[in-house]
Design a protein around this ligand. Structure first.
Ligand code: SF4
Length: 276
């Protein structure tokens, strides 16, 4: 079977940067490095990082003169304050693209806008973004949720970095009908656009897609949704999840992966598919 690998498959800029920062800290004077939650949504990579002295902090209260790293997703200002009060070295690996959205939300909230975030309620990035709205934030999943928003005068719409551009446009369109003075700022990051764009581009060349990524990874699940709308699609976490029977009629397969899938797993999946 021929395998076409998406150009964008593998770590996104923000995850790559966070992993490099953690490794730099762990190999220098500051190790071991504790992360404020799992650094990435990938068990094999987490095991590898653990062997390099990088692991999620099991108990914040037990930190003493340790290093604590904020993940690429970012955190709300209130949590940052809490972490800064701990007796440890706080380091920050918030993705610059997430930090930009945080800044836009704070700026508009302080100018009196209600800020609506198109995103997955409860996702770490969205929880962080909401904190920057200083009590003027609302999270919606799409245009279908606009009706449940309250009456508002000054309204600003932004997006979680990994949403679909088409959903953002549809949400902005529906919101504009209700809030004519809406300010809509498309804050979907370039890494997300490239990853989604590659799937659309590859769809004409392949018979099926394989998407590699964690079952809880929001950006992976969105890639799966997009790919399934175009071609038969299999979502796996490792090469061991592949079943030869699922590819009987497939001549060419398109391979892509979520933003926190390490390249060694993509290489293993590719080799397994080529062996079928
Ligand atoms: S998906 Fe985009 S915003 Fe999120 S960490 Fe990666 S590059 Fe940054």
């Amino acid at each position: 079977m021929e395998v076409i690998v998406a150009r964008s498959a593998g770590f996104c800029m923000g995850v790559q940067r966070a992993v490099e920062k953690a490794r730099r800290l762990a190999s220098g004077q500051e190790g071991p490095v504790y992360t404020d939650g799992a650094l990435i949504h990938n068990q094999q990579m987490m095991a590898q990082l653990d062997s390099e002295n990088i692991r999620p902090c099991p108990d914040l209260a037990a930190l003493r003169d340790d290093t604590l790293l904020i993940r690429a997703h970012g955190i709300p200002p209130a949590r940052r304050k809490r972490l800064q009060a701990l007796p440890c070295r706080l380091r920050d690996a918030t993705c610059p693209d997430v930090a930009r959205i945080q800044g836009l939300i704070r700026k508009h909230a302080r100018q009196g806008y209600q800020v609506v975030i198109l995103g997955d309620s409860g996702h770490a990035e969205v929880v962080g973004l909401l904190g920057f709205a200083e009590g003027r934030g609302h999270v919606i999943a799409g245009p279908e949720d606009v009706a449940r928003l309250p009456e508002m005068e000054k309204v600003c719409l932004v997006s979680q970095s990994t949403q679909f551009p088409s959903r953002f446009e549809a949400t902005a369109h529906t919101m504009r009908a209700r809030y004519p003075a809406l300010i809509a700022i498309d804050t979907i990051c370039d890494a997300t656009r490239h990853r989604q764009g590659d799937i659309v581009e590859m769809a004409d060349q392949v018979d099926a897609f394989v998407v590699v990524g964690g079952s809880h990874s929001a950006n992976t699940l969105r890639l799966v949704e997009l790919a399934r709308g175009l071609k038969p699609t299999v979502h796996i976490q490792t090469a061991g999840d592949l079943q030869p029977g699922e590819f009987e009629d497939v001549r060419i397969v398109g391979l892509t992966a979520g933003a926190s899938t390490p390249s060694f797993i993509i290489a293993e999946v590719r080799a397994q598919l080529e062996a079928f």
